[in-house]
Design a protein around this ligand. Sequence first.
Ligand SMILES: [Zn+2]
Length: 372
Amino acid sequence: MLTSAISAGEVSLVRIPVIWSEECLRHEPAGEVWLGVRDEGTEVPARAVVLRDALAAAGAPVLPARPHGDEIVRTVHDPELVDHLAGVWQAWAGAGLPAEYGRDRVVPYVFPTPGMLSGLPLRSPPAVPGRAGLFCYDTMTLVGPGSWAAIRGAADAALTAADLVGSGERLAYALCRPPGHHVTRGAYGGSCYLNNAAIAAQALRAAGARRVAVIDIDAHHGNGTQMIFYERPDVWYGSLHVDPGAGWFPHYAGYAAERGRGDGEGFNRNLPLAPGTGDDGWLAAVSTLCDEARTLAPDAVVVSLGLDAAATDPESPLCVTETGYRAAGRLVAALGPAVLIQEGGYDLASLGGLAVAALSGAAEGAGLDASS
Ligand SMILES: [Zn+2]
């Protein structure tokens, strides 16, 4: 009876399991160094609380992330990156940088670019301030005392959601914080540390999915996910995002010409969008990606669910509404069993409504009965 009382424009009950890790709150980047100045930053713990509370209020069951071993994480990422993230705060603090120099977060200051090395072998410098730039490619992605617990908690949330979908659940949503899609195999940045979406995709492959489609609807290009799977035909990556050629992060990737390499040739698809793109243009691109993914007959889908394409979001110039996110949820969830991974989304006032809209749409697209 409840279902019949819900009209198209209202929020339906969200029955999708929300995987939550309390550890996610322990990451306090305390700002970001952007263009040389430390700003407050927008990737704050309150994001996760807002998302959890809004989804719980809409009726979604909130389930704890289960701890997982490192096997999948170390398949997706270079073990050196994982070890660095796990230990860099202790090394930083041990070197006296917070206590003696007032450097209260890990921020790199020198980067071993190809131009700097000019063919020299890439060393691992013994000094931690030097080593930081070996793994982090920007100045915006700070590490503090609780960061590793949160980073690992987010990966556990992704792995738990993948377990559920791998064992027959139609949809599961991992409330990952910090987000992950900017992390490549060996380098982190863009407020991301481990690539939760890639970890979920790899876990689904390990659980028996022959082909996985990753659909990235965050406002920014998921350069990390793209490059992790760039030479692989078993995980297709498709993204729509604000055009990096129009001046947007990640600047160096996300162009339409990037189609994969080697065995992965043709298994990567980028749809850059002009700043200002609203529901119509954005949904047309979501639809194009879904149509292309469908031709691969994926056994499972991973959705990088960034909510920062919203008109209200401070981090992108896209102008998507709740109605748009609900329609996108419908489209992506209709593709098949799907793990939804939280990526960006920074406007605390609208974030909860956007998540409920996206997950309500996903429930509709998957044909889940809202009243049960
Ligand atoms: Zn984003």
